[in-house]
Design a protein around this ligand. Structure first.
Ligand code: SF4
Length: 446
């Protein structure tokens, strides 16, 4: 039976989200239609993440729930893709007898042919190529937004942070040619996209064959007419340079929000993580950023409970958070990843209870700081790109240049527009606002 429908379940980072858009584009180019409920789909892709236990086990749990659906429809084709597939390979076919295909992080660009091969041969197999094989991006991704688009600028990572599995699952760094990226963004603008988010494990080490670096890329994209906003993730303090940060100030389309993962506030732990910078360097970069980009937002990633981390060393992390006053952070307990230096050489000796306690204290502190910073926004007017209806659907939602979510009443015709919004109230992670200027009159007129 020729498959008619597909569903994709995506875990992990924006790179995985964009890989899912590329796989969706490939299946749609074969005439399949997307459905949201995977239990009724002919083809189901699980795009997995292995950066932490939680993400991996959530995916495995969901894969397990499809045993019944597969029994009911033996023609259903189940594939596991992404970093967990690249890392575990054959092991997943043995663990899940009801899945047909395991696809690596260099092979997802052939997902349509691989699914066809399963359908034709009725064989289960693993398609995992050399993780350093150059990646050529095929068809047009089936993007989830018509306003904002993810754009890969590079693949892989040459760093060797001891807790991280990414170099093993995503391979060595490869920077796409600047001209190719500029051309892709021009095409996106011609299709009506107004915001791009540049993706790379470590964008600061972007360097193409013509030796264009990240600052060159930002300046080149800033020239594109019709493009309104440029965001990017992820930066790395080890390779962040003055000219990269200066480009945020110099390029009017580059948004004033920097995600700069620090991971710990203690130098001994940073050495054990092989992060290749110290807290003094980190603070210098933040001071430079805030000098170059007054009012710019700053977010980070933090790991608590890394092997051998003492209570005193965790206090250094808390002190750094009090000093840096991040707008937001992604906070995690250390999770040993098989095949990483930390998991293979360091004892996971911080008790789970201590990890949970430290994580909770960090979250509480960050929530206080985020609310204080959001309260300081009250009364200010921000340029907001209207993305669509709010979650409850009765208002509009959009983001400021500093990547803060704003909800406000307004005419749905404003979706896709840049509008001035005055912040009226700070609510945890969201700001409530009201339109100012001409659009406000329309709202008032009802
Ligand atoms: S910079 Fe470190 S944490 Fe980030 S992807 Fe590379 S190895 Fe992993």
């Amino acid at each position: 039976m020729t498959p008619q429908t597909y569903a994709i379940v995506t875990y992990g980072c924006q790179m995985n989200e964009h890989d899912s858009e590329i796989m969706a584009g490939l299946l749609e180019s074969r005439g399949l239609a997307r459905v949201e409920d995977e239990t009724g789909a002919d083809v189901v892709l699980f795009n997995t993440c292995t950066v932490r236990d939680g993400a991996e086990h959530r995916a495995y749990g969901r894969i397990d729930t499809l045993r019944g659906a597969k029994r009911a429809n033996p023609d259903m084709i189940l594939a596991v893709c992404g970093c967990s597939a690249q890392d575990k390979g054959q092991e997943l076919l043995e663990r899940f007898p009801h899945i047909d295909l395991v696809v690596g992080t260099r092979d997802y660009v052939n997902i349509d042919q691989l699914v066809e091969e399963v359908r034709r041969s009725h064989q289960r197999f693993v398609a995992i190529d050399d993780v350093d094989k150059p990646l050529s991006l095929p068809v047009v991704p089936a993007r989830r937004s018509s306003l904002k688009a993810f754009v890969n600028i590079m693949f892989g990572c040459n760093n060797r942070c001891t807790f991280c599995i990414v170099p093993k699952t995503r391979g060595e760094e490869y920077s796409r040619p600047l001209d190719e990226i500029v051309e892709e963004v021009r095409r996106l603008v011609a299709q009506g996209f107004r915001e791009v988010c540049l993706l790379g494990q470590n964008v600061n080490s972007y360097l193409d064959a013509q030796r264009h670096d990240f600052s060159d890329l930002l300046h080149a994209l800033d020239e594109i007419d019709g493009l309104w906003r440029i965001r990017y993730t992820t930066s790395n303090p080890k390779s962040a340079r003055h000219r990269h940060l200066a480009a945020i100030a110099e390029c009017s389309k580059v948004m004033e929000n920097l995600h700069l993962p620090v991971q710990s506030g203690n130098n001994r732990i940073l050495r054990a993580m092989k992060r290749a910078y110290n807290i003094e360097r980190y603070k210098f970069l933040v001071a430079l950023y805030r000098d170059l980009v007054p009012g710019g937002a700053l977010t980070t990633d933090m790991i608590v409970g890394f092997p051998t981390e003492t209570e005193a060393e965790f206090s250094d992390t808390m002190r750094l958070v009090e000093q840096m006053r991040f707008d937001q952070q992604f906070m995690f307990m250390y999770s040993p990843r098989r095949g990483t230096v930390a998991a293979d050489t360091l004892r996971n000796d911080v008790p789970l209870a201590a990890k949970k306690d430290r994580l909770q204290r960090l979250i509480t502190l960050q929530e206080e700081i985020s609310l204080e910073l959001n309260r300081a926004e009250e009364g200010r007017v921000h340029e907001v790109l209207v993305e669509g209806p709010s979650r409850r659907g009765d208002d509009l939602m959009g983001r400021t240049r500093t990547d803060k979510t704003v909800v406000f009443p307004g005419d749905p015709a404003l979706v896709g527009q840049l509008v001035p919004v005055r912040i009226a109230q700070a609510c945890g992670h969201t700001l409530r606002g009201e339109l100012v200027g001409a659009d406000a009159a329309k709202v008032a007129a009802g």
